[in-house]
Design a protein around this ligand. Structure first.
Ligand code: 1PW
Length: 215
């Protein structure tokens, strides 16, 4: 907290999230989201609604981790330790909504794919012979590809409204301290790549436990 969004901070949290044996450490994972939230919040007030939804999920997991720590356990150290502990404690329901860390993390995990896709699309710049598309339209496209099918009609409408208020490309580049497409492209690419590594590990852990559709 305190400073504004920095790609270097994001990359450092994402790298620290890479634990041994293909695991993902939850504390740096949530710190990565803190940094991503700074990015999202600087996109304007309407993105605030979306940020709140993400913040809420992160705080649910933090609370679980705190309670665990108070009991001298370390079940919420990593994605795999959380999955293992919540399964053995009977906290994960595959049929109805529960406030498990697993189903909560799954929401963050899906949102991460959206963000990654969005960053990739902005990094790409104009397609050959194509025009330069606005961040709004790229963000909406990423949403349709990665996340919309997981959301209710109401959430989809709210997201659509939030996208309309996104700033233009130049303002977005300023956020990552770049002056041009040529400068911003590689930075955004590196962020997307680092997100991809963390995303892939989390996806694998959820997949192995049949948890990709937790209600
Ligand atoms: C300005 C944008 C950059 C893109 C950031 C990606 C963030 C994605 C968050 C989407 C939130 C949309 C509205 C909320 C929907 C909730 O129903 C949903 N929550 C999340 C975080 O996806 C599902 O939560 P629930 O209802 O199953 O507890």
């Amino acid at each position: 907290p305190g400073h504004r969004f920095q790609v270097s901070q994001l990359l450092s949290h994402l790298h620290s999230a890479l634990g041994p044996d293909g695991d993902v450490l939850l504390q740096p994972y949530l710190s990565s989201w803190d940094e991503l939230l700074k990015f999202m919040e600087s996109l304007g007030p309407v993105a605030g609604f979306i940020s709140q939804q993400v913040e809420h999920k992160a705080s649910v997991i933090r609370r679980l981790a705190q309670r665990e720590e108070a009991a001298e356990g370390d079940a919420y150290r990593s994605v795999r330790s959380m999955i293992g502990a919540e399964l053995s404690r009977g906290l994960v329901s595959f049929r109805q909504q529960t406030p498990s860390g697993c189903r909560t993390l799954l929401r963050l995990h899906r949102a991460l794919l959206w963000l990654q896709l969005f960053l990739k699309k902005v990094a790409e710049g104009p397609q050959e012979g194509g025009e330069l598309r606005s961040p709004s339209s790229l963000c909406r496209e990423a949403y349709r590809e990665a996340l919309a099918h997981h959301h209710s009609w109401l959430a989809r409408r709210a997201a659509d409204v939030a996208f309309m208020a996104l700033p233009d490309r130049d303002a977005l580049f300023q956020l990552v301290c770049a002056r041009s497409q040529g400068e911003a492209g590689p930075l955004l690419d590196r962020a997307a790549e680092a997100i991809g590594e963390v995303y892939g590990r989390t996806q694998k852990a959820f997949e192995e436990h049949g948890m990709l559709e937790l209600p």
